[in-house]
Design a protein around this ligand. Structure first.
Ligand code: ADP
Ligand code: TYD
Length: 205
């Protein structure tokens, strides 16, 4: 029997403020410490073009864009990110850790902002066609996560501004997504000290 190859495309998902960026950073440091060649990237963004789209979708009034327009903007950003950053790194044999990816679109635009799940899947198949090897879904109480997220005062709070009920619906959606894809998703309790969460994450690799 041969051992399965180590995961090379790893994503972090979850509600706003759940600690994804922190955990993505800690995992990248851990894997680099083990001698792996790792790039740490994020969505929306991760390439110059996608970073420009990021500021369009994350700032301004909550109703600035419809769910449909958002879906097109996030997909355009992801296509550029995959073309310019993710695919070249994977082709060079590097490990890619990404803070959010297509599961965020499935949840935010597909299931929570609008009833667009089928359109999201079709657009993903047409334009992206790439899935992570491993996804950590960081799960926690939305009120605590929202407090953490808003305390950052990043100026990119368009989705946090949609409120607690929105974040609670998202949380349920992320939990269901993790249950539906046990092959690649690991549900992680994010309501613990960052170092404890990081040790839990690392134990899955
Ligand atoms: P996300 O990327 O999911 O929005 P971040 O990693 O940016 O979350 O964390 C949001 C805020 O919460 C940051 O100020 C961060 O320092 C803090 N934070 C992250 N993880 C923890 C944790 N396990 N416990 C307490 N605070 C945390
Ligand atoms: P991010 O900066 O990761 O936010 P946070 O640190 O608060 O978790 O992501 C920005 C926002 O963009 C976040 O609220 C989720 C949203 N988003 C979507 O709605 N669809 C997507 O496809 C992606 C990647 C993000």
């Amino acid at each position: 029997m041969t051992a399965s190859p180590p995961p090379r495309f790893i994503t972090f998902e979850g509600i706003d403020g759940s600690g994804k960026s922190t955990q993505a950073r800690l995992l990248a440091a851990h894997l680099r410490g083990c001698g792996m060649d790792v790039i740490l990237t994020r969505e929306p963004g991760g390439s110059p073009g996608a970073e420009e789209i990021r500021s369009l979708v994350l700032t301004g009034d909550p109703d600035r864009w419809s769910a449909e327009t958002e879906l097109l903007l996030f997909t355009a950003a992801r296509r550029d990110h995959v073309e310019k950053t993710i695919r070249p790194a994977l082709d060079e044999g590097r490990c890619v850790i990404c803070d959010r990816f297509a599961d965020s679109t499935r949840l935010y635009q597909g299931a929570t902002r609008g009833d667009l799940a089928e359109t999201v899947d079709r657009l993903h198949d047409l334009m992206i066609g790439l899935e992570p090897d491993l996804t950590f879904v960081i799960d926690m109480d939305p009120a605590t996560a929202l407090d953490r997220g808003l305390a950052r005062k990043s100026g990119e709070d368009r989705f946090e501004d949609m409120g607690l009920a929105f974040q609670a619906t998202l949380r349920d959606g992320f939990r269901a997504l993790a249950a539906a894809h046990p092959d690649r998703c690991r549900l992680i309790d994010g309501d613990r000290p960052a170092a404890t969460v990081a040790a839990d994450v690392a134990s899955h690799l």
